[in-house]
Design a protein around this ligand. Structure first.
Ligand code: GAL
Length: 415
């Protein structure tokens, strides 16, 4: 009898310790499920486990985070918010407006975040002057990733203008090489269009049309020209693009099945994970016509309020995310650049060094713009209206003039 009692006691003790351990864990909802993303996430998990904080993983696959945000809404509605959530731009602001996010001012003050996080990010990391999210990186969307052997075999130099880009696509097509690897999902097509609009109309036009949402700019001949160019790119993707995940398009460039992918620098994380080296295996260059701009989206971790207090684990997670050494180690793997401006580029490869230099240059020259497709241009309702029109055009529902008119209407309705 005594033995059974002892067994029951030890079982209870085990359960208690397990619960205690669970209490010290952080449950993190995110959408980092590709090879490169998972490798970067492991840097964060290991960093926390080194501090005795366990990681309860809550991955929600689906590039760009749409599915993750849907799951988040369901979790919060059911009163079961995760400890921390990967979020972008205006989604952070929206949740902060709901009063759902923990106040991270203590961690921010203790670690000097105000002095090292660019103003463009603080606009979203803070709400009404309080820190509500910790930015782990700065990604940018206006990149082209090219297979160097395919370029060399076809005598293609890095294109710096739209005309050179068109010529490169024509040369590749004539050689029987798929010029553009594309994932056929609305968020990817819209992310591509961000760069095309910037290249076609320039920074003032991008600001007026896609940030200020000026109806005249949205409905202009310049916007029609941008759609025409998007149509030219559409004519240079393979027939099986529909529904393709972004990282599978990246793999096509890595393997030489296609020449280029126009995608955010999370694509570089796939090259890194595949052991590829810049200027040997692949080339990274700004989408032609956007060399002076950085069109950013930053991955930020918001801590969900757990009853009015910031738990020690939430504070530790936010502090870990913002540590300079972590920001270097994580971003080297992720393909992005540090959110902090005081992290040296020592450990970054040539593309990473360029990304860090571009961010600093664009910040000081007024050429740093939020990506509309990636949640840093306008609230979700506008972003989703933009997705709807761009993907309909990309899939042949209407011509460029109709797309331009549809864009004006869709964004007007979404406001
Ligand atoms: C972006 C995110 C990146 C990467 C990408 C593809 O929204 O900022 O970190 O996850 O989606 O899923």
């Amino acid at each position: 009898m005594k033995l059974i009692k002892q067994l029951k006691l030890s079982a209870a003790a085990l359960a208690l310790s397990a619960t205690a351990a669970a209490a010290a864990d952080v449950e993190v909802l995110h959408w980092w499920t590709s090879g490169g993303e998972a490798a970067a996430l492991n840097v964060l998990k290991n960093d926390l486990e080194g501090q005795g904080i366990g990681w309860m993983d809550m991955p929600v696959a689906g590039g760009g985070g749409e599915a993750a945000m849907t799951v988040l809404r369901a979790r919060v509605t059911s009163g079961n918010a995760p400890t921390a959530v990967q979020m972008l731009g205006f989604d952070i602001t929206d949740w902060a407006k709901e009063g759902a996010l923990a106040n991270l001012n203590d961690a921010a003050a203790a670690n000097g975040w105000d002095a090292v996080v660019p103003e463009a990010l603080q606009k979203f990391s803070k709400y009404e002057g309080n820190w509500v999210a910790a930015p782990v990186n700065v990604h940018s969307v206006n990149w082209v990733w090219a297979n160097k052997k395919v370029f060399d075999d076809n005598n293609i130099a890095v294109p710096t203008t739209w005309e050179e880009f068109e010529a490169a696509m024509a040369t590749l097509k004539a050689a029987g090489v798929t010029p553009i690897a594309q994932g056929g999902q609305p968020w990817q097509e819209a992310t591509l269009f961000d760069s095309v609009v910037m290249a076609t109309g320039g920074p003032d036009f991008y600001q007026k049309a896609l940030i200020d949402l000026d109806p005249e700019a949205l409905g202009s001949d310049t916007m029609k020209q941008a759609f025409d160019r998007l149509g030219e790119i559409r004519a240079n993707v393979d027939d099986n693009f529909s529904g393709r995940d972004w990282n599978l398009a990246t793999a096509m460039v890595i393997n030489g099945e296609a020449a280029m992918q126009i995608m955010g620098d999370w694509a570089k994380g796939e090259f890194v994970a595949a052991g590829k080296v810049p200027d040997e295996d692949f080339l990274c260059f700004r989408f032609p016509g956007t060399q002076d701009q950085v069109m950013f989206n930053a991955d930020q971790f918001a801590m969900f309020d757990q009853g009015g207090v910031v738990s020690p684990e939430q504070a530790a997670l936010a502090t870990a995310i913002m540590s300079p050494t972590f920001q270097s180690a994580f971003n080297v793997v992720k393909g992005s650049v540090p959110a902090r401006t005081d992290v040296p580029d020592t450990d970054f490869d040539a593309c990473g060094k360029k990304g860090i230099a571009d961010l600093a240059a664009s910040s000081s020259s007024g050429n740093l713009f939020g990506s509309l497709a990636q949640g840093y241009g306008a609230p979700a309702s506008i972003k989703n209206a933009y997705y709807d029109v761009v993907t309909a055009f990309f899939n042949g529902s209407f011509d460029s003039q109709t797309a331009t008119e549809e864009l004006v209407t869709a964004i007007e309705i979404a406001q």
